[in-house]
Design a protein. Structure first.
Length: 124
């Protein structure tokens, strides 16, 4: 059987040897599973399917507030305890600036919109 899954619900079973991870769909190997190759390393170049979490603010939020929130969030994400927790759950800290995160959202939306369009799926 082959399955695609997000890592948090599967990582304990992978680490216990109950299931075998054959690749991660990220551009780089994951800190929690350093021996598991990327999809590209396993023969599937270009397969990049990563789950991102981020904090967004309403449009029109003053830039000074955005910068303060970003500064505080980056400080938390870079703390040793949070890094350990993210890695143990199969993720990794990816602090960014508001502009970098907006660009990432744009890339992800474009990638998935193209696939949905190619497959003829309806977006509502």
């Amino acid at each position: 059987m082959v399955a695609f899954n997000t890592l948090p619900p599967a990582i304990s079973n992978i680490q216990a040897g109950k299931i075998k991870a054959i690749a991660v769909c990220a551009l780089t190997r994951l800190a929690a599973l350093p021996d598991v190759p990327t999809a590209a390393e396993a023969g599937l170049p270009g397969l990049d399917v990563v789950l991102y979490y981020g904090l967004l603010a309403p449009a029109g939020t003053p830039p000074v507030i955005i910068e303060r929130l970003n500064k505080e969030l980056r400080q938390v994400v870079n703390s040793v305890d949070v890094k350990k927790r993210l890695i143990s759950d199969g993720g990794g800290p990816m602090p960014s600036t508001p502009a970098e995160y907006a660009a990432n959202i744009g890339r992800e939306e474009g990638k998935w919109r193209a696939l949905v369009t190619k497959l003829g799926l309806k977006i509502e």
